[in-house]
Design a protein around this ligand. Structure first.
Ligand code: PLP
Length: 265
């Protein structure tokens, strides 16, 4: 299998209703006064706020992209090729596209928001800066990079046994209770319910629901790495934990999906 790098990653957040789980960094983050004006921006508006360089300052006039399969894209400076500063919250049409894409795919709850990141690892590092937790729950065999990033940032790793359907909910409950009994703060679980790396398990819906319920009961936030979700969707629509709209409203899922130009041979 040939795998190209990802070209777009996002964090999609259900509105995290749970309080007291954010770090002092997260608590200090405020929306800047100029950014509050974004809601008044239209494509025709001329912004005097950013001090933008003239379009002629950029060296690329146009770029032509030819895809395997014959598709061709012609990108032109300041029309379809965006090199200038844009809004602090990202390129507006891209944000709209991401929001629509997530809506279509995941039918998220009202108030769910997405932001573009450099990659799934970047998204995970951002989450670690924002969620207040001393330890993180993982599958017993978990994606090494996710663990490494968290450990570098001073987080303890706690592995939970799994069977052929994924993490065992009762074992999760027990491990979290044991850690908390030792005085360790545990507020976050990292999971890959679809195409788990490295084991490859895709959780059946019942297991996702059971796990989600245990996370509700233990008040754990869920970081769902959906890096493999896109390729699975080519084969069949496999639900993420995020899709579990059947459960009572309880906003605790941070989804890290990635869109990637992959080709399987
Ligand atoms: C489960 C999982 N998460 C994250 C990544 C890394 O993603 P990124 O390159 O977008 O940081 C990978 C890479 O294969 C992965 O398998």
């Amino acid at each position: 299998m040939h795998r190209a790098r990802r070209f777009l990653s996002t964090i999609t957040m259900e509105r995290v209703a749970t309080t007291g789980k954010t770090t002092s960094v997260a608590n200090k983050l405020k929306v800047g006064p100029l950014k509050k004006l974004y809601k008044y921006m239209t494509p025709e508006a001329i912004s005097l706020a950013g001090g933008l360089p003239m379009d002629t300052c950029f060296p690329f006039k146009s770029i032509d992209v030819n895809l395997e399969g014959g598709e061709h894209f012609h990108l032109e400076n300041s029309k379809t090729l965006l090199m200038n500063y844009t809004r602090g919250d990202g390129i507006a049409p891209l944000k709209t596209w991401v929001t629509e894409h997530v809506k279509q795919l995941h039918n998220p709850r009202e108030g769910t928001e997405s932001c573009v990141t450099v990659g799934s690892s970047d998204a995970w590092a951002k989450i670690l800066q924002l969620v207040d937790t001393e330890a993180i729950m993982y599958d017993n065999f978990a994606y090494g990079t996710a663990i490494n990033i968290a450990e570098v940032m001073g987080k303890k790793s706690i592995g939970v046994p799994f069977d052929e359907h994924g993490m065992i909910p009762e074992q999760l409950r027990q491990s979290v209770q044991e850690a908390r009994a030792k005085g360790i703060t545990v507020n976050l679980i990292y999971m890959i319910p679809v195409g788990q790396n490295p084991v490859g398990i895709t959780m059946p819906t019942e297991r996702k629901e059971e796990l989600y319920r245990v996370c509700q009961e233990l008040d754990l936030l869920i970081a769902e790495d959906g890096t493999q979700l896109a390729i699975q969707l080519v084969v069949a629509v496999v639900g993420s934990v995020f899709l579990l709209r059947v459960l009572p409203l309880c906003c605790r899922c941070l989804l890290l999906p990635t869109l990637q130009p992959r080709r399987c041979r």
